[in-house]
Design a protein around this ligand. Structure first.
Ligand SMILES: Nc1ncnc2c1ncn2[C@@H]1O[C@H](COP(=O)(O)OP(=O)(O)OP(=O)(O)O)[C@@H](O)[C@H]1O
Length: 261
């Protein structure tokens, strides 16, 4: 069953067509890769899905609803969460506080419950805190809960970002270059975590990633973009054999690896 459908999506910046009539569909429970050379338009697609950018044309249908009709701050409430290419964390705050940031939208309180600190507010706060604890356990972050993010190694900081996205219990998570800056063993661990999220929590994953070893190991289906357009779609084996894809990546093809960087 389709959970996300990108239909004829286009967005221009001045004369540049960053995304050009792009269409693809992601099925529920899939790990779907969006790849392409630098500047192909991948992050721009994420920015359109999260309503940070307003496309010039097209539709983005999530769970049957065109999300271009909703406000950007309502996207998370629909069940979509994301991580960023350049981690957007509050680095001088603790891990736990970073996970709790943004959860106020789920508190559903009003001025009276705030002022009177009513039990309903306290209960909601406790629920959110429990969710954060569970996510920290899942990601191996519990022992760092009270540590400042800036004191953690880079790979762990990326886990905090993943954690923040997971606390909202998304149906779909958008991961923008999750393995960037990680060493091979960290990205292997990340690959199994992403598969676990899908397998145990049923989360659908749309991932932008340049690490082809990771893309190959986790993605059920891959859409390849170049200059804003889709040039191929299929399994990892199919896209790696596709002449248009090889042509697009020429120059960053690794000697003998048979694939891309
Ligand atoms: N806000 C903006 N204003 C102007 N141009 C933009 C803007 N955002 C993106 N672009 C341009 O759109 C094109 C696509 O950028 P985008 O970041 O989506 O590429 P990408 O495929 O994610 O690249 P990378 O793999 O390097 O992250 C680029 O040429 C970029 O410079």
């Amino acid at each position: 069953m389709t959970i996300l459908e990108i239909v004829d999506l286009s967005i221009n910046f001045g004369g540049l067509k960053a995304v050009d009539s792009l269409s693809f569909a992601v099925n529920e429970g899939q790990i779907f890769g969006l790849i392409g050379p630098n500047g192909a338009g991948k992050t721009t697609v994420f920015n359109c899905i999260t309503r940070y950018y307003q496309p010039n044309q097209g539709r983005i249908v999530f769970g049957g609803q065109n999300i271009l009709d909703i406000r950007s701050h309502d996207v998370i409430g629909k069940g979509i969460a994301r991580t960023f290419q350049n981690m957007e964390l509050f680095k001088s705050m603790t891990v736990l506080d970073n996970l709790l940031v943004g959860q106020h939208c789920h508190l559903d309180t009003n001025v009276f419950s705030e002022a009177l600190s009513l039990p309903v507010k306290k209960r909601k706060e406790r629920e959110i805190s429990e969710k954060a604890q569970k996510v920290m356990e899942l990601l191996g972050l519990s022992k760092y809960a009270r540590d400042l993010v800036l004191s953690l190694p880079y790979g762990m900081q990326k886990m905090v970002e993943m954690g923040r996205a997971l606390v909202s219990e998304p149906k779909l998570i958008l991961l923008d270059e999750p393995a960037a800056g990680m060493n091979p063993s960290e990205s292997k661990e990340l690959s199994s975590l992403i598969k676990r999220l899908r397998d145990t929590r049923g989360i659908t994953v749309l991932v932008v990633e340049h690490d082809m070893a990771m893309v190959r190991s986790i993605c059920d289906e891959i859409c390849v973009m170049d200059f804003g357009r889709k040039i191929a779609q299929g399994s990892a084996d199919e896209i790696c054999r596709n002449p248009q894809v090889i042509e697009a990546y020429l120059g960053c093809e690794e000697e003998g690896s048979g694939c891309f960087r």
